[in-house]
Each structure stands twice: as C-alpha cells, then as structure tokens.
Write a protein that binds this ligand. Structure first.
Ligand SMILES: Nc1ncnc2c1ncn2[C@@H]1O[C@H](COP(=O)(O)OP(=O)(O)OP(=O)(O)O)[C@@H](O)[C@H]1O
Length: 310
C-alpha cells in the first residue's frame, strides 16, 4: 500500500476552543477513506487544514510527492462543502480555466471534459453559462472540475448532498472507478448507506477526537453486533428476558432485538423460547448508520469507543 496523504497528530483551536485534537490517519493510493462525524465534529476543519485553507496549531500533514513544505495542488482534486463556481462563465470555459490552473494540458482537459459531461448527462451544455444550470447540474460540473486534471488525491466534502438518486449512483460509480484506477480518495459524507457501500476504511471524529479508525470490514465485525428482527405480537418483557438480548425496540408487532457482542446467531436462535410468536424473523448485522448514531449520541451500546485495528 502506498500512502498518498498522512495526517499526523493534527490539532486546531478557534480562539480558546479546541476544535480538533490528535487527529491522525492516512489515505492510501487506490482506496476510499471515509471521514465521518456528527455536525460540528471537525471534519471540514480537518479537510481545510489539509487543503491549506487554514493552518494547524499542532501536528503535520505530509503528502507523497511533495517537498515536505508546499501543498502539491496540481495532484489534488477538491470538492469543497461550499459549492460555487463563477456564475456567468460557460461550462467548458470554467473547466478549462481550472485545468489550466493545475498546469494540465488543455487539449487533454477538453477531451476529458466532453467525456465527463456526456457521462453525467450534460452533453451539449458546454456553452451554457453556470448560472443557468440547476443545482444538481452545477454540482456535477463542480465534481468534473475537481477531477479534470487527473488528481492523485481527491478530497470530496459531502459530494452527494442535493443529488437525486440517479445522480448519486453516477457519482458513486465514478468515485469507485477513480479509486480502482489508483486515486486516493478522502470522502466526507453523512449518507451512511453510501459510505457503507463505498468506503474501504473509515475514520470517525466525535467532538474533535478519533473514535473509530479501521477498515470497513473490521468496523463491521468489531462494532456491528447482530440484531434480530421479529414480526409477530410479543410482550416486550418476554423479549427483554431472552438471554444475550441487550435491548429491544418495539413498534406495533415488529420488535428489534439487539444482541450482545460475540453472540453466535445460530446457537442463539436454537435457544429461543418456544412461546415467542414469529411470523417472520431476520438476523442482520447492525448497520453503519446505527453504529454512527450509537457513538454520536454517546450511548456506546455496541462497543466502547476505541481504535479498530486497520
Ligand atoms: N472559522 C471558524 N471560527 C470559529 N469556529 C469554527 C470555525 N470553523 C469551524 N468552527 C467550529 O469548529 C467546529 C467544527 O466545525 P467543522 O465545520 O469542522 O465541523 P464538521 O464536522 O465539518 O460539521 P458539519 O458536518 O456540520 O459540516 C464547530 O464547532 C464549528 O463551530
């Protein structure tokens, strides 16, 4: 594995308020690394420090292929959380202008721009001015602008917000495709279902501190306990008394039983009391969405916060 970006012990305060502290992670070539956390956790602050929009009080940021001082902007693509392109400029002109700023050859940029506009259903929009585009179309153009110069490291801050489901799929496929072709991707998103599908590794910040760092696989085995969903009319008290049931959520005739860590579902099912009414039953792992809420609300029911070994 080749490390493209290494964030080491980053700390940042605004006035006397420490916003992030001791943040360390790496982004490897060819992987999608997700950076997660509740609103205000410190994700954008971390990204802005990486991009040199602000400077850390502590720690360092090391890019591969850089001289150790400057941020190698020509090899980075960045889709910021704040959207916005120059409004009264034509789509192709803005894409070529941004490619030029990154020292990327214009003929290649034009070729790539046309191919991407076609891929994102914007064929024929080259001469349309940015202000005439819908919000989603504008976001597609901004995404193309962030990858036009074939960056080796791509930083995406909430790329899916405001996109319809079809466009979300397009973005998702393209991001995966870029990673498969070697781009290192740092992805910040609140859409846990998409992160769960896409990310190879994840880093979660809560109140400016690391709470999870590891591969999606490890996080899912170490944090995501099993849950059993039962359709059928049952008494809450009876369900709560079943061994290895941590807690039960009930809604009409559906009950979700959250099981203790390390429960073997096959053995647990064998020992279910016979008088439990079961019309349907499903066993699943707890989703990333549920893990996120568990940590963000400080319940920590699934596992004590800590490092998952990557
Ligand atoms: N320029 C600033 N001056 C003062 N405080 C700031 C500044 N930028 C961010 N903060 C504070 O830093 C904390 C982290 O903000 P940040 O934008 O990094 O969070 P985030 O994880 O990206 O949140 P969101 O999911 O809402 O985008 C917040 O408490 C925010 O108010």
């Amino acid at each position: 594995m080749e490390t493209m970006l290494s964030v080491e012990s980053l700390g940042k305060s605004f006035k006397d308020k420490q916003v992030i502290s001791n943040i360390s992670f790496e982004v490897q070539k060819g992987e999608i690394m997700a950076i997660l956390g509740p609103n205000g956790a410190g994700k954008s602050t971390t990204i802005r420090n990486i991009m040199g929009i602000m400077y850390p009080d502590e720690g360092s940021i090391v890019f591969q292929n850089s001289n150790g001082k400057d941020i190698p902007r020509h090899i980075i693509g960045y889709l910021p959380e704040e959207r916005g392109l120059y409004k009264n400029v034509k789509v192709m002109d803005i894409l070529l202008y941004l490619a030029e700023l990154k020292d990327y050859p214009l003929d290649k940029a034009k070729e790539r721009a046309l191919a991407y506009l076609k891929k994102f259903d914007l064929e024929g929009k080259e001469k349309v001015s940015v202000e005439e585009l819908s919000k989603g179309m504008g976001q597609k153009v901004q995404f193309i602008a962030s990858i036009i110069h074939e960056p080796e490291l791509l930083i995406l801050d909430e790329p899916f917000s405001g996109l319809d489901p079809v466009s979300q799929e397009l973005f998702k496929d393209e991001i995966r495709n870029l990673a498969d072709n070697g781009t290192a991707i740092l992805l910040s998103s609140h859409q846990m279902n998409l992160v769960e599908e896409m990310a190879d590794r994840l880093f979660m910040i809560h109140r400016g501190q690391k709470v999870i760092y590891g591969t999606m696989e490890d996080v899912k085995t170490q944090y995501a306990n099993f849950k059993c969903t039962i359709h059928g009319k049952n008494d809450l008290y009876d369900l709560e008394r079943i061994p290895e049931v941590q807690r039960v959520e009930q809604n009409d005739n559906t009950s979700i039983l959250y099981l203790s860590k390390d429960v073997q579902p096959t053995i647990w099912l064998r020992n279910l009391p016979e008088d439990i009414v079961i019309q349907e039953l499903a066993i699943d792992r707890v989703s990333l969405h549920e893990i996120f809420i568990d940590i963000a609300t400080d319940k920590n029911l699934f596992q004590e916060a800590g490092e998952v070994n990557a």
